[in-house]
Design a binder for this molecule. Structure first.
Ligand SMILES: [Zn+2]
Length: 405
Protein backbone atom coordinates (compact mmCIF):
# COMPACT_ATOMS: atom_id res chain seq x y z
CA UNK A 1 0.00 0.00 0.00
CA UNK A 2 1.03 3.62 -0.45
CA UNK A 3 1.76 5.82 2.55
CA UNK A 4 0.23 9.26 2.19
CA UNK A 5 2.97 11.83 2.70
CA UNK A 6 1.39 14.63 4.70
CA UNK A 7 4.54 16.77 4.51
CA UNK A 8 4.12 17.10 0.74
CA UNK A 9 1.19 19.46 1.22
CA UNK A 10 1.89 20.87 4.65
CA UNK A 11 5.46 20.85 5.91
CA UNK A 12 4.25 22.60 9.07
CA UNK A 13 2.10 19.70 10.28
CA UNK A 14 3.77 18.71 13.55
CA UNK A 15 1.14 16.29 14.88
CA UNK A 16 -1.12 13.87 13.06
CA UNK A 17 -3.24 10.78 13.56
CA UNK A 18 -2.77 7.60 11.55
CA UNK A 19 -3.53 3.92 11.48
CA UNK A 20 -0.85 1.24 11.76
CA UNK A 21 -1.07 -0.87 8.58
CA UNK A 22 1.87 -3.12 9.30
CA UNK A 23 4.14 -3.77 12.27
CA UNK A 24 6.95 -6.28 12.58
CA UNK A 25 10.21 -6.80 14.45
CA UNK A 26 13.10 -5.97 12.12
CA UNK A 27 16.25 -8.08 11.86
CA UNK A 28 19.26 -6.45 13.57
CA UNK A 29 21.18 -4.04 11.32
CA UNK A 30 24.66 -3.30 12.64
CA UNK A 31 25.27 -0.62 9.99
CA UNK A 32 22.45 1.58 11.31
CA UNK A 33 24.10 1.91 14.73
CA UNK A 34 20.72 1.22 16.36
CA UNK A 35 20.84 -1.45 19.07
CA UNK A 36 18.05 -3.32 20.82
CA UNK A 37 14.82 -4.66 19.34
CA UNK A 38 13.44 -2.44 16.59
CA UNK A 39 9.96 -2.54 15.09
CA UNK A 40 9.22 -1.44 11.56
CA UNK A 41 5.93 0.46 11.25
CA UNK A 42 4.02 1.33 8.13
CA UNK A 43 1.21 3.85 8.57
CA UNK A 44 -1.55 4.83 6.19
CA UNK A 45 -0.38 8.47 6.42
CA UNK A 46 2.61 10.20 7.93
CA UNK A 47 4.16 13.60 8.55
CA UNK A 48 7.56 11.97 9.20
CA UNK A 49 10.13 12.83 6.53
CA UNK A 50 12.36 9.92 5.45
CA UNK A 51 16.06 10.45 4.66
CA UNK A 52 16.26 11.46 1.00
CA UNK A 53 17.49 14.17 -1.33
CA UNK A 54 20.25 15.23 1.06
CA UNK A 55 17.82 15.93 3.94
CA UNK A 56 18.04 13.66 7.03
CA UNK A 57 14.98 11.91 8.47
CA UNK A 58 12.73 13.29 11.17
CA UNK A 59 12.64 12.02 14.73
CA UNK A 60 9.77 12.13 17.22
CA UNK A 61 7.11 9.84 18.65
CA UNK A 62 4.44 7.53 17.31
CA UNK A 63 2.10 6.70 20.19
CA UNK A 64 4.46 5.97 23.09
CA UNK A 65 7.20 4.67 20.77
CA UNK A 66 10.31 6.68 19.94
CA UNK A 67 11.07 7.05 16.24
CA UNK A 68 14.68 6.00 15.60
CA UNK A 69 14.82 6.31 11.83
CA UNK A 70 12.51 6.91 8.88
CA UNK A 71 13.19 5.32 5.49
CA UNK A 72 11.79 5.86 2.04
CA UNK A 73 10.82 2.44 0.63
CA UNK A 74 9.32 3.55 -2.67
CA UNK A 75 5.57 3.79 -2.18
CA UNK A 76 5.80 3.20 1.55
CA UNK A 77 7.54 4.97 4.38
CA UNK A 78 9.09 2.74 7.01
CA UNK A 79 9.29 4.08 10.59
CA UNK A 80 11.80 2.37 12.86
CA UNK A 81 10.55 2.54 16.45
CA UNK A 82 11.75 1.19 19.80
CA UNK A 83 8.45 -0.44 20.88
CA UNK A 84 5.25 -1.74 19.42
CA UNK A 85 2.35 0.74 19.65
CA UNK A 86 -0.38 -0.60 21.96
CA UNK A 87 -3.20 0.66 19.71
CA UNK A 88 -3.51 0.52 15.89
CA UNK A 89 -4.74 4.12 15.91
CA UNK A 90 -1.78 6.30 16.77
CA UNK A 91 -0.83 9.93 17.23
CA UNK A 92 2.38 11.00 15.56
CA UNK A 93 4.47 13.90 16.82
CA UNK A 94 7.47 15.32 14.98
CA UNK A 95 10.54 16.58 16.82
CA UNK A 96 9.88 20.10 15.55
CA UNK A 97 13.14 21.94 16.37
CA UNK A 98 15.03 19.30 14.38
CA UNK A 99 12.61 19.42 11.43
CA UNK A 100 12.46 23.22 11.32
CA UNK A 101 16.26 23.38 11.34
CA UNK A 102 16.30 20.97 8.37
CA UNK A 103 13.72 23.10 6.54
CA UNK A 104 15.80 26.25 7.08
CA UNK A 105 18.97 24.57 5.80
CA UNK A 106 17.22 22.89 2.88
CA UNK A 107 15.38 25.98 1.66
CA UNK A 108 18.55 28.00 2.15
CA UNK A 109 20.30 25.49 -0.09
CA UNK A 110 17.75 25.99 -2.89
CA UNK A 111 18.26 29.73 -2.65
CA UNK A 112 22.05 29.64 -2.48
CA UNK A 113 22.32 27.12 -5.33
CA UNK A 114 20.04 29.33 -7.44
CA UNK A 115 22.28 32.34 -6.80
CA UNK A 116 25.45 30.45 -7.76
CA UNK A 117 23.74 29.22 -10.93
CA UNK A 118 22.12 32.50 -11.94
CA UNK A 119 24.91 34.94 -11.05
CA UNK A 120 27.99 32.88 -11.70
CA UNK A 121 26.85 29.97 -13.91
CA UNK A 122 27.94 27.35 -11.35
CA UNK A 123 25.50 24.41 -11.10
CA UNK A 124 25.07 22.48 -7.85
CA UNK A 125 25.83 18.78 -8.33
CA UNK A 126 25.24 17.59 -4.78
CA UNK A 127 23.93 18.69 -1.38
CA UNK A 128 24.61 17.38 2.11
CA UNK A 129 22.79 18.48 5.25
CA UNK A 130 25.09 17.54 8.12
CA UNK A 131 24.68 17.70 11.87
CA UNK A 132 26.63 20.96 12.08
CA UNK A 133 27.42 22.18 8.59
CA UNK A 134 25.71 21.95 5.20
CA UNK A 135 27.57 21.67 1.93
CA UNK A 136 26.88 22.01 -1.76
CA UNK A 137 29.27 20.89 -4.47
CA UNK A 138 29.56 23.31 -7.38
CA UNK A 139 30.89 22.35 -10.79
CA UNK A 140 32.95 24.72 -12.90
CA UNK A 141 35.78 27.20 -12.36
CA UNK A 142 36.91 27.95 -8.81
CA UNK A 143 34.50 30.36 -7.08
CA UNK A 144 36.52 33.38 -5.99
CA UNK A 145 35.92 35.02 -2.58
CA UNK A 146 33.97 37.68 -4.51
CA UNK A 147 31.72 34.95 -6.00
CA UNK A 148 31.08 33.45 -2.58
CA UNK A 149 30.26 36.78 -1.03
CA UNK A 150 28.20 37.79 -4.07
CA UNK A 151 26.04 34.65 -3.86
CA UNK A 152 25.60 35.10 -0.11
CA UNK A 153 24.56 38.74 -0.49
CA UNK A 154 22.16 37.95 -3.33
CA UNK A 155 20.55 35.23 -1.19
CA UNK A 156 20.34 37.62 1.76
CA UNK A 157 18.54 40.17 -0.42
CA UNK A 158 15.89 37.58 -1.34
CA UNK A 159 15.54 36.64 2.34
CA UNK A 160 14.92 40.34 3.13
CA UNK A 161 12.22 40.42 0.43
CA UNK A 162 10.47 37.50 2.20
CA UNK A 163 9.36 35.88 -1.03
CA UNK A 164 6.84 33.01 -0.91
CA UNK A 165 8.12 29.44 -1.26
CA UNK A 166 5.47 27.51 -3.21
CA UNK A 167 4.86 23.85 -3.96
CA UNK A 168 4.04 23.22 -7.64
CA UNK A 169 2.92 20.00 -9.32
CA UNK A 170 3.19 19.06 -12.97
CA UNK A 171 4.60 16.63 -15.52
CA UNK A 172 8.27 16.89 -16.45
CA UNK A 173 7.25 18.76 -19.63
CA UNK A 174 5.08 21.23 -17.77
CA UNK A 175 7.78 21.89 -15.19
CA UNK A 176 10.43 22.43 -17.84
CA UNK A 177 8.13 25.00 -19.51
CA UNK A 178 7.89 26.71 -16.13
CA UNK A 179 11.68 26.95 -16.08
CA UNK A 180 12.96 23.83 -14.30
CA UNK A 181 16.53 23.46 -15.51
CA UNK A 182 17.24 20.02 -14.07
CA UNK A 183 16.49 16.96 -16.22
CA UNK A 184 14.07 14.63 -14.44
CA UNK A 185 13.69 10.94 -15.31
CA UNK A 186 10.61 10.25 -13.22
CA UNK A 187 7.25 9.81 -14.92
CA UNK A 188 3.86 11.11 -13.87
CA UNK A 189 3.11 14.13 -11.74
CA UNK A 190 6.18 15.66 -10.16
CA UNK A 191 6.59 18.01 -7.24
CA UNK A 192 8.64 21.15 -7.55
CA UNK A 193 9.58 23.91 -5.13
CA UNK A 194 9.41 27.50 -6.29
CA UNK A 195 11.07 30.46 -4.66
CA UNK A 196 9.04 33.18 -6.30
CA UNK A 197 10.86 34.83 -9.20
CA UNK A 198 14.13 33.18 -8.18
CA UNK A 199 14.11 29.40 -8.50
CA UNK A 200 12.11 26.32 -9.44
CA UNK A 201 13.47 22.88 -8.57
CA UNK A 202 11.97 19.39 -8.55
CA UNK A 203 12.20 18.34 -4.91
CA UNK A 204 10.39 16.01 -2.49
CA UNK A 205 11.81 17.64 0.66
CA UNK A 206 10.36 19.94 3.29
CA UNK A 207 10.74 23.71 3.03
CA UNK A 208 9.80 26.88 4.91
CA UNK A 209 6.83 28.98 3.74
CA UNK A 210 8.72 32.08 2.73
CA UNK A 211 12.36 33.10 2.38
CA UNK A 212 12.17 35.21 5.55
CA UNK A 213 11.95 31.98 7.56
CA UNK A 214 15.41 30.98 6.33
CA UNK A 215 16.55 33.81 8.60
CA UNK A 216 20.09 34.19 7.35
CA UNK A 217 22.56 32.39 5.08
CA UNK A 218 26.23 32.34 6.00
CA UNK A 219 28.73 30.97 3.50
CA UNK A 220 31.68 29.61 5.44
CA UNK A 221 34.44 28.29 3.23
CA UNK A 222 35.13 26.61 -0.09
CA UNK A 223 37.51 23.76 -0.81
CA UNK A 224 38.28 21.50 -3.75
CA UNK A 225 36.77 18.00 -3.56
CA UNK A 226 37.74 15.86 -6.53
CA UNK A 227 36.64 17.85 -9.60
CA UNK A 228 34.14 20.09 -7.76
CA UNK A 229 34.10 22.98 -5.29
CA UNK A 230 32.56 22.21 -1.92
CA UNK A 231 30.94 25.25 -0.33
CA UNK A 232 30.12 25.06 3.38
CA UNK A 233 27.20 27.11 4.61
CA UNK A 234 24.70 27.38 7.45
CA UNK A 235 21.25 28.95 7.66
CA UNK A 236 18.78 30.15 10.27
CA UNK A 237 19.35 29.06 13.85
CA UNK A 238 22.65 27.41 12.98
CA UNK A 239 23.97 30.61 11.43
CA UNK A 240 22.99 32.55 14.54
CA UNK A 241 24.69 30.00 16.84
CA UNK A 242 27.83 29.87 14.72
CA UNK A 243 28.06 33.66 14.47
CA UNK A 244 27.74 33.96 18.25
CA UNK A 245 30.30 31.22 18.79
CA UNK A 246 32.73 32.89 16.36
CA UNK A 247 32.41 36.20 18.16
CA UNK A 248 32.93 34.54 21.56
CA UNK A 249 36.11 32.95 20.21
CA UNK A 250 37.25 36.28 18.85
CA UNK A 251 36.63 37.95 22.20
CA UNK A 252 38.52 35.23 24.07
CA UNK A 253 41.48 35.59 21.74
CA UNK A 254 41.39 39.38 22.11
CA UNK A 255 41.34 38.99 25.89
CA UNK A 256 44.36 36.66 25.77
CA UNK A 257 46.19 39.16 23.59
CA UNK A 258 44.98 42.13 25.70
CA UNK A 259 43.72 44.03 22.70
CA UNK A 260 40.51 45.16 21.02
CA UNK A 261 38.78 42.57 18.80
CA UNK A 262 39.63 44.65 15.71
CA UNK A 263 43.31 44.45 16.58
CA UNK A 264 43.68 40.66 17.02
CA UNK A 265 45.47 40.12 13.71
CA UNK A 266 48.14 42.73 14.36
CA UNK A 267 48.45 41.66 18.01
CA UNK A 268 48.82 37.99 17.03
CA UNK A 269 51.35 38.90 14.34
CA UNK A 270 53.31 40.87 16.94
CA UNK A 271 53.15 38.02 19.48
CA UNK A 272 54.40 35.51 16.92
CA UNK A 273 57.28 37.79 15.87
CA UNK A 274 58.18 38.23 19.54
CA UNK A 275 58.07 34.47 20.12
CA UNK A 276 60.36 33.90 17.10
CA UNK A 277 62.82 36.50 18.40
CA UNK A 278 62.81 34.89 21.86
CA UNK A 279 63.45 31.51 20.31
CA UNK A 280 66.43 32.87 18.41
CA UNK A 281 67.80 34.41 21.61
CA UNK A 282 67.21 31.19 23.52
CA UNK A 283 69.19 29.19 20.95
CA UNK A 284 72.01 31.71 21.11
CA UNK A 285 72.07 31.52 24.93
CA UNK A 286 72.06 27.68 24.81
CA UNK A 287 75.00 27.83 22.41
CA UNK A 288 76.95 30.14 24.75
CA UNK A 289 76.11 27.90 27.71
CA UNK A 290 77.23 24.79 25.81
CA UNK A 291 80.55 26.45 24.93
CA UNK A 292 81.19 27.37 28.57
CA UNK A 293 80.15 23.97 29.92
CA UNK A 294 82.22 22.14 27.31
CA UNK A 295 85.33 24.15 28.22
CA UNK A 296 84.74 23.34 31.89
CA UNK A 297 84.04 19.66 31.25
CA UNK A 298 87.13 19.18 29.10
CA UNK A 299 89.33 20.54 31.92
CA UNK A 300 88.23 17.49 33.92
CA UNK A 301 88.59 14.97 31.09
CA UNK A 302 92.24 13.96 30.76
CA UNK A 303 93.46 12.08 27.67
CA UNK A 304 94.03 8.32 28.01
CA UNK A 305 97.09 6.45 26.70
CA UNK A 306 95.71 6.67 23.13
CA UNK A 307 95.14 10.41 23.45
CA UNK A 308 91.33 9.94 23.64
CA UNK A 309 89.20 12.12 25.90
CA UNK A 310 85.70 11.50 27.07
CA UNK A 311 82.91 13.53 28.68
CA UNK A 312 80.11 11.38 30.09
CA UNK A 313 77.17 12.94 31.86
CA UNK A 314 73.57 12.37 32.86
CA UNK A 315 72.11 15.86 32.44
CA UNK A 316 69.43 17.15 34.78
CA UNK A 317 67.44 20.35 34.75
CA UNK A 318 68.46 21.44 31.25
CA UNK A 319 66.23 21.62 28.15
CA UNK A 320 66.46 18.62 25.80
CA UNK A 321 67.92 20.92 23.09
CA UNK A 322 70.95 21.52 25.27
CA UNK A 323 72.32 18.00 24.73
CA UNK A 324 72.85 18.60 21.02
CA UNK A 325 74.65 21.91 21.55
CA UNK A 326 76.79 20.47 24.35
CA UNK A 327 77.78 17.31 22.44
CA UNK A 328 78.63 19.29 19.30
CA UNK A 329 80.87 21.64 21.28
CA UNK A 330 82.71 18.77 22.98
CA UNK A 331 83.22 16.87 19.74
CA UNK A 332 84.95 19.91 18.21
CA UNK A 333 88.03 19.05 20.25
CA UNK A 334 90.45 16.61 18.61
CA UNK A 335 89.90 12.92 19.59
CA UNK A 336 87.14 13.69 22.04
CA UNK A 337 83.85 11.90 22.69
CA UNK A 338 80.63 12.93 24.45
CA UNK A 339 78.28 10.37 26.00
CA UNK A 340 75.22 12.25 27.21
CA UNK A 341 71.88 11.27 28.66
CA UNK A 342 68.86 13.30 29.71
CA UNK A 343 67.65 12.07 33.11
CA UNK A 344 64.07 13.22 32.69
CA UNK A 345 63.16 11.42 29.48
CA UNK A 346 65.97 8.96 28.76
CA UNK A 347 67.33 10.69 25.66
CA UNK A 348 70.83 9.53 24.72
CA UNK A 349 73.31 11.40 22.57
CA UNK A 350 76.70 10.03 21.55
CA UNK A 351 79.10 12.22 19.55
CA UNK A 352 82.77 12.15 18.67
CA UNK A 353 85.47 14.12 16.92
CA UNK A 354 86.08 12.04 13.74
CA UNK A 355 89.70 11.44 14.80
CA UNK A 356 88.47 9.56 17.88
CA UNK A 357 87.84 6.72 15.44
CA UNK A 358 84.92 4.96 17.18
CA UNK A 359 81.43 4.22 15.82
CA UNK A 360 78.76 6.13 17.75
CA UNK A 361 75.86 4.57 15.85
CA UNK A 362 77.08 1.04 16.61
CA UNK A 363 77.62 2.06 20.25
CA UNK A 364 74.04 3.34 20.55
CA UNK A 365 72.66 0.16 18.95
CA UNK A 366 74.73 -1.92 21.42
CA UNK A 367 73.29 0.00 24.38
CA UNK A 368 69.74 -0.43 23.08
CA UNK A 369 70.28 -4.18 22.70
CA UNK A 370 70.77 -4.38 26.45
CA UNK A 371 68.39 -1.67 27.73
CA UNK A 372 65.84 -1.25 24.95
CA UNK A 373 65.23 1.94 23.02
CA UNK A 374 65.01 3.55 19.61
CA UNK A 375 67.29 5.77 17.59
CA UNK A 376 70.28 5.94 15.28
CA UNK A 377 72.67 8.22 13.44
CA UNK A 378 76.11 8.28 11.86
CA UNK A 379 79.57 7.14 12.90
CA UNK A 380 80.21 10.51 14.54
CA UNK A 381 76.78 11.49 15.88
CA UNK A 382 73.92 9.27 17.09
CA UNK A 383 70.87 9.94 19.21
CA UNK A 384 67.90 8.05 20.55
CA UNK A 385 65.70 7.36 23.52
CA UNK A 386 65.72 4.62 26.13
CA UNK A 387 62.48 2.78 26.85
CA UNK A 388 63.09 3.45 30.55
CA UNK A 389 64.47 6.86 31.51
CA UNK A 390 65.58 5.37 34.84
CA UNK A 391 68.28 3.27 33.14
CA UNK A 392 70.12 6.36 31.77
CA UNK A 393 73.10 6.15 34.15
CA UNK A 394 73.53 2.39 33.62
CA UNK A 395 73.29 2.88 29.86
CA UNK A 396 76.20 5.36 29.94
CA UNK A 397 78.27 2.98 32.11
CA UNK A 398 77.70 0.21 29.59
CA UNK A 399 78.68 2.54 26.70
CA UNK A 400 81.95 3.37 28.47
CA UNK A 401 82.67 -0.34 29.06
CA UNK A 402 82.00 -1.09 25.41
CA UNK A 403 84.39 1.67 24.32
CA UNK A 404 87.10 0.36 26.66
CA UNK A 405 86.75 -3.21 25.42
ZN1 LIG B 1 14.10 20.91 -1.60
Amino acid sequence: MTTRRLYYDDAFEKEFTARVMHCEVLPPDVKSGITGTVWGLILDRTAFYPTSGGQPNDLGKIGDANVLDVRDEGEEILHLVDRKPSDPDVNGCINWPRRFDHMQQHTGQHLLSAMFQERFGLPTVSFHLGGEICTIDLRGPEPTPQFLEGAERAATQIIFEDRPVNVRYGTADQLSQLGVRKEVDRKGILRAIEIEAADLQPCGGTHVKSTGQIGVVLVRRCSKVRQDWRVEFVCGGRAERIARHDFQLLREVAEKLSCATDDVVSAATGAIAERDAHFKNYRAVLQRLAEAEATLALQHAPADSHGLRMVSRVCEGVPADFLGFFATEIAKTEKTMALLAQAADGHLLFAQHPAAGKDMNALLKGVFEKFGGKGGGTRDFARGRLNEAASAAQALSLAKEMLAA
